[in-house]
Design a protein around this ligand. Structure first.
Ligand code: SF4
Ligand code: SF4
Length: 300
């Protein structure tokens, strides 16, 4: 059995990628399953999805803890999650990055395919939704499902849901990524520290006590824990503010879902980049073009 674990962020299409891969496997005559696991269900939040492919019926229903293949749709998650945890020594990894495989430190040395899926997605489907590009890279690195079946699954899934043209553009993204993927071996120097998967049950908490803030798998619980959730680690693009253009209408200030735009005494704004998740809402609502979304993670 092949077990595949996808790591991405809400909005990048990790779940659709797992489903399309499973569909491609079924087209090849395999049995397959695909399902997601969400932590904080918001755009930009870390998301996992899983797929299993086998020649016989699959009865396991658990998450994938020891994957044969890791698919990483957002390189920045390597910094906040022990992504390589459980990856089999002979496993493989596919990563959306501009780096070459030997420059990527997964904490384990494995066969690794790298591709700049974000640029391919921006150029083909005009949005940073990298799921179909990364599937093209998958076909290049893992030989269980050929590119042709992945393209057919993309056409079925995206064409039916979003229209024929969307299917064509997404299939094109996968085809380009297949050609551009660089295959090599990852570095293995990063220490992969597993997370403790634990929360007390209601009858383990002494009466009168509240939970102290703690973290489990993407969810931070307990009073006052919101400040621990550094949503700034989620962003892939950063708003750049131009005070010269700002007309002090305050639309950005009251539209920001993270409350990370500070209104100064003179009604100009200041950003707290620790919590800015790069959703782009502030730039969208600004009537003066005073906020520009710039690809990458910056603090100005
Ligand atoms: S991009 Fe703008 S609206 Fe979105 S979190 Fe950052 S500051 Fe707030
Ligand atoms: S929305 Fe634009 S113009 Fe209005 S306060 Fe924010 S940055 Fe300034």
């Amino acid at each position: 059995m092949y077990e595949i674990r996808f790591h991405g962020r809400g909005g990048q299409g990790a779940v659709m990628a797992a489903q399309a891969l499973a569909e491609a496997a079924v087209l090849e005559g395999y049995y397959a399953q695909a399902f997601p696991y969400f932590g904080a269900e918001r755009r930009g939040a870390p998301v996992r999805a899983f797929a299993r492919i086998d020649e016989s019926k699959i009865s396991i229903k658990s998450q994938v803890y020891e994957p044969d293949v890791l698919v990483i749709l957002d390189e920045s998650i390597l910094e906040i999650d022990p992504i390589s945890e459980g990856l089999k020594p002979g496993g493989k990894a596919i990563i959306n990055t501009v780096k070459r495989p030997e420059e990527v430190d997964l904490g384990i040395e494995v066969e690794c395919g790298t591709v700049d899926a974000t640029t391919i997605a921006l150029e083909t489907i005009k949005a940073p939704i990298v799921n179909t590009s990364i599937l093209g890279a998958f076909a290049r690195v893992v030989d269980i499902v050929p590119l042709e079946s992945i393209l057919n699954a993309i056409m079925n899934r995206f064409g039916e849901k979003l229209g024929h043209q969307s299917g064509v553009m997404n299939a094109e993204a996968a085809r380009i990524a297949y050609q551009k993927t660089v295959v090599g071996r990852s570095k293995g120097t990063r220490k992969v520290v597993g997370k403790k998967m634990w929360l007390p049950t209601w009858n383990e908490i002494p009466i009168g006590n509240t939970l102290s803030p703690g973290e489990i798998d993407g969810i931070v619980v307990g009073p006052g824990s919101m400040t621990q959730n550094l949503t700034g680690t989620w962003r892939t693009q950063t708003p750049r503010y131009s005070k010269e253009k700002c007309i002090r209408c305050l639309r950005c200030w009251f539209s920001c879902p993270e409350g990370c735009i500070e209104r100064l005494e003179d009604d100009y704004e200041r950003w707290d980049y620790r919590y800015c998740k790069g959703c782009g809402i502030c730039a969208e609502v600004c009537p003066a073009d005073a906020i520009e979304m710039v690809r990458g993670v910056y603090e100005w």
